[in-house]
Design a protein around this ligand. Structure first.
Ligand SMILES: Cc1cc2nc3c(=O)[nH]c(=O)nc-3n(C[C@H](O)[C@H](O)[C@H](O)COP(=O)(O)OP(=O)(O)OC[C@H]3O[C@@H](n4cnc5c(N)ncnc54)[C@H](O)[C@@H]3O)c2cc1C
Length: 646
């Protein structure tokens, strides 16, 4: 039965078990103020809003503070192993993160340069203030996009989401809503005994929405993360630190650029000492992590310094990197020194670190605990199964990291646009934009989240991807740019560049297939001695032949752009492995192409164990492939399902 409350009607959502209640719109409410509303101006929100607007949808991005759009809450860096691949995937799909990183980088490194191409990835230090300004400007300049400062406290919904209610009492209609609340939903920060409702230090928490989602029956939990202190550069004794420069030739993240022209600065390396560890041990009871004040689970792979000192007690020291926060600030970020100990304890252990004895702290380290939604409530296109038209992306889905957030943001934005379009046309069926595990790291991440869920902040690693060689950062454009075009994120210049790159790559490969190594060349270059008479391509399959030796054979080889040379080299060197991966991907594709209807009746499949049936009902996999990846689902269960579906 509907119940009246302050002019609003609350009813159970149709088809859902109680106690879910939706806020129904009052008389005169305009369902269609916007096609898509994105809540949150962080890394997920930026990509979601731009994608929806670029697909022609009238979009609003509502965020608590316009001046903190695109803020790098923690480390002033973008990319890294597997995360760098995600940035390039976002760029290939038509997103913004790669462009912002290129325009703000102050140090560039290709990580794992000495290891295989499957695990190499770019990482940059970014000027965090410039990053934020440019992100805000990109949103402001985007046609179809209205950026607005307010806090969303509730959703308006009937059988699907219809809009949002804000803290100033405004009700704004939309056909689809994307929530990207980051660490702000009921966020609480901790520094020793101090605790207060903030999403980041100095920024108020977003109160209300978490309770609204719980009331609507969503599974909402608590996670935590932390950030290290910032110090003044002028108070550091650099003579005691090791200098770390970036690569001399920075390369752009974005496929739309050939080079980057930016001022570069060094980072610095120092270590904790025995005294640092002693002070932490003596005060460990004052850490809210250990006193039991923080209930949320933290990121295993990014532990606080007190965690490291307790868990790895045998280690004499831990590495700390000093990273500049920008070109026009004195602040340095101390990578590796995240803590939630009281400020005076942080201050005293700082004095025990070589080079930091006189360091002046500008912002203390702190931990933040926040609401997240169990991602197993989502379909693979990031739409909540409980409330059609509602999407979630980023830290709210249990991930950690700007790149993970941005990757989900662009997928949620695209699907919100598709959902809004279908709603406007009155269509009950719509297109779903989903990337598979063999197409993108973004696909791996979302499949992991919606199939396995997460109990701790999820972070991307190369080890999570089965087809790493295919998912190399340099192939993101080949894998994704045409797909983005097909779905409506149209950038003719990106497609032209890709076509040109592939033509040039094929041209160079053809030249290497035809050109034979002469006796004179073999005698002059030791690595080519045993390849006389063979083609350049055959020689390149020998890991002991550096590509530079092949390039130096003909001036024309060197005239190809660096990205093309690398693409041709890797295609040739890894051809056999890539073929083998392609065969495995074909098998996976068959499973992923077998769709399972969303209302499929698992109780009708005889032979399924009760446990498997419950898991399948919980996850509601969209395909047989996804079903096979649910933890605890056996190959025999998948066979039963396959037979039944056929
Ligand atoms: C203290 C701290 C430490 C971190 N440590 C790490 C780390 O070590 N490694 C790592 O990879 N990542 C770390 N992160 C996480 C990283 O900052 C996030 O993963 C990333 O920023 C998530 O992006 P997002 O878009 O999901 O959310 P955020 O970047 O958090 O952005 C969310 C935005 O939404 C707005 N918002 C929230 N709720 C509402 C609402 N109801 N109405 C309107 N606006 C709203 C907020 O104001 C904010 O602008 C840390 C974050 C914090 C705060």
């Amino acid at each position: 039965m509907p119940t009246a409350s302050s002019g609003w009607t609350k009813i159970p959502i149709a088809g859902q078990p109680s106690p879910q209640v939706a806020i129904l719109p009052p008389m005169g409410f305009r369902y269609t103020d916007y096609d898509v509303i994105v809540v949150g101006g962080g890394h997920a929100g930026i990509e979601a809003a731009l994608a929806a607007a670029r697909m022609g949808q009238k979009t609003m991005l509502i965020t608590q503070t316009l001046d903190s759009i695109g803020r790098l809450s923690c480390n002033p860096s973008i990319g890294g192993i597997s995360k760098g691949n995600i940035v390039r995937e976002i760029d290939a799909l038509g997103g913004e993160m790669g462009l912002l990183a290129d325009a703000t980088m102050i140090q560039y490194r290709l990580l794992n340069r000495s290891r295989g191409p499957a695990v190499q990835a770019p990482r940059v230090q970014a000027d965090k203030f410039r990053y934020s300004l440019l992100a805000k400007q990109a949103l402001e300049l985007e046609p179809n996009l209205h950026v607005y400062q307010d806090t969303v406290i509730d959703l308006i919904a009937d059988s699907r989401v219809r809009g949002v209610r804000t803290s100033r009492g405004r009700d704004i209609g939309a056909r689809a809503v994307v929530l990207t609340t980051g660490t702000f939903m009921e966020g609480k920060i901790f520094i020793g005994e101090y605790e207060a409702p903030h999403g980041r230090l100095g920024e108020i928490a977003a109160q209300g929405l978490g309770s609204a989602l719980r009331r609507m029956g969503f599974a909402v939990g608590r996670l935590k993360t932390g950030t290290p202190p910032r110090i003044l550069s002028s108070t550091v004794d650099y003579s005691l630190l090791e200098r770390q420069d970036g690569d001399p030739e920075p390369m752009p993240f974005s496929f739309s650029a050939d080079q980057v022209d930016r001022p570069m600065v060094p980072c610095w390396l120092t270590y904790t000492s025995a005294d640092t560890h002693r002070i932490i041990q003596e005060n460990i009871h004052r850490s809210p992590l250990y006193s039991g004040k923080i209930q949320g689970v933290g990121p295993r792979y990014c532990p606080s310094i007190e965690d490291k000192v307790v868990r790895f007690a045998e280690r004499e020291r831990h590495q700390l990197f000093l990273e500049p926060e920008g070109l026009e600030t004195e602040e340095l970020y101390i990578n590796g020194l995240s803590s939630s100990l009281p400020e005076e304890v942080q201050d005293s252990f700082m004095r025990t670190i070589p080079g930091l004895a006189d360091a002046v702290v500008t912002r203390p380290s702190y931990a933040v605990e926040y609401d997240y939604m169990d991602p197993m409530q989502l379909s693979p296109d990031l739409e909540t199964r409980r409330l059609p038209g509602l999407f979630t992306a980023g830290q709210i889905n249990g991930t950690s990291g700007y790149e993970e957030a941005g990757g989900q943001g662009i997928i949620a934005g695209i699907n919100a646009a598709l959902s809004s379009r279908a709603d406007a046309a009155g269509e009950s069926e719509r297109q779903h934009f989903v990337l598979s595990r063999s197409e993108a790291y973004i696909g791996v991440m979302i499949d992991d989240l919606v199939t396995l869920g997460t109990k701790e902040p999820y972070r991307m690693f190369t080890a999570r991807a089965e087809y790493r060689l295919k998912l190399r950062h340099d192939t993101a454009d080949e894998r994704l740019t045409a797909k983005a075009w097909e779905i409506g994120l149209r950038r003719p210049e990106a497609l032209d560049r890709l076509r040109k790159k592939l033509e040039l790559r094929d041209g160079l490969t053809a030249q290497w297939d035809a050109r034979r190594i002469t006796t004179a060349e073999g005698s002059a270059t030791p690595s080519l001695a045993k390849h006389i008479g063979k083609t350049c391509a055959e020689a390149l399959r020998d890991p002991l032949v550096p590509v530079e030796d092949i390039l130096s054979l003909e001036a024309s080889f060197k005239s190809f752009p660096p990205a093309v040379r690398t693409a041709a080299e890797l295609e040739i060197r890894y051809e056999h492995y890539i073929d083998a991966q392609d065969r495995r991907i074909d098998k996976l594709k068959k499973m992923d192409d077998t769709k399972i209807p969303s209302d499929f009746d698992y109780s009708g499949v005889s032979g399924l164990s009760k446990e498997s049936m419950n898991k399948l009902k919980d996850v509601r996999p969209a395909t047989l492939g996804q079903a096979s990846r649910i933890s605890g689902i056996k190959a025999s269960d998948v066979m039963l399902l396959m037979v039944h579906l056929r």
